[in-house]
Design a protein around this ligand. Structure first.
Ligand SMILES: C[S@@+](CC[C@H](N)C(=O)[O-])C[C@H]1O[C@@H](n2cnc3c(N)ncnc32)[C@H](O)[C@@H]1O
Length: 268
């Protein structure tokens, strides 16, 4: 990752740490629960959450595993993750600073390596996937959860333009076809998958990125989104609702293992 992109990520997630933490650890408990259940963690598992942010997933999964690690680039996020860990008295969890592209862990140490809602911030997602494979045990599982970009080229371009305008640390929302290609190239097979429509308030989504209604960036993003409503030109399924706009992120959830690994015990 370039020094410039690293600084953009740290700046963005330091600025928005409070709003994002509220969303991740307080506003979405039922979604978090669904994600924890999706992985069917084992009590012996050593788990790692990559780009863990304020620790929502790492802390939520801690009671189901032997030990839960979180790694993130942004100190302010790690500070909040440790505060959430203390609040939940999750003694079997720890948070460290590090880059997803160069994880500060040895080869083959984890039963479960997760990365959720962060792939769209990565300049080189395939490199991070390879790192996640590297630190997983031979029969370890990987969990990737992230919005999926539209398959239509025109929608894909506008969708990502809107995302980057809202949040400069956004790189690209990967499409399902590209994920499937990446998984194949990384020697992975899918154990379990799901697609979820996450409906969001545009106004709250903008606030989480640090833009209150009426600010320059809010207005620019809104203009681009509103222009996409007729014909759903950006693939957000956007609909006006009073002062707000309802949008949808189509979230993919993938539980993976190496092809030919002994993942039999976790198959559905
Ligand atoms: C949208 S937040 C998601 C946090 C968490 N996974 C969640 O869902 O609550 C993205 C997080 O990714 C981190 N991040 C972005 N790029 C990273 C990288 N290359 N290495 C490590 N962390 C990164 C940011 O610091 C931020 O905390």
């Amino acid at each position: 990752m370039s020094k410039k992109h690293k600084e953009i990520v740290q700046k963005q997630f330091t600025k928005t740490a409070e709003a994002f933490t509220t969303f991740a650890v307080r506003d979405t408990p039922e979604i978090l629960k669904e994600k924890v259940e999706f992985v069917k963690a084992q009590p012996t598992d050593l788990a790692l959450d990559v780009a863990c942010g304020p620790g929502a997933f790492a802390v939520a999964i801690a009671p189901r595993v032997q030990f839960s690690w979180g790694v993130d680039l942004t100190d302010e996020m790690l500070r909040r993750a440790r505060a959430f860990q203390a609040e939940k008295q999750a003694l079997n969890a720890a948070f460290v600073r590090g880059e997803a592209e160069m994880l500060p862990f040895r080869d083959g140490g984890f039963d479960l390596v997760a990365c959720q809602c962060s792939f769209h911030h990565l300049p080189k997602p395939a490199q991070v996937l390879a790192e996640m494979v590297r630190v997983a045990k031979p029969a370890g599982r990987l969990l990737i959860i992230d919005p999926l970009g539209p398959e239509s080229d025109a929608k894909f371009e506008l969708y990502n333009r809107i995302e980057v305008l809202r949040d400069p640390s956004h790189t690209l929302t990967v499409r399902l076809t590209e994920y499937l290609r990446m998984f194949d190239e990384a020697g992975l097979e899918i154990l379990r998958q799901a697609l979820r429509r996450r409906q969001r308030s545009f106004n709250n989504w903008m606030l989480r990125a640090g833009h209150a209604p009426g600010t320059k960036r809010y207005l620019e993003t809104r203009e681009l989104l509103e222009g996409s409503i007729a014909g759903d030109k950006a693939g957000f399924s956007a609909q006006l609702q009073g002062d707000d706009i309802q949008i949808v992120h189509n979230e993919g959830m993938f539980l993976l293992t190496r092809k030919n690994s002994d993942g039999a015990s976790v198959r559905p």
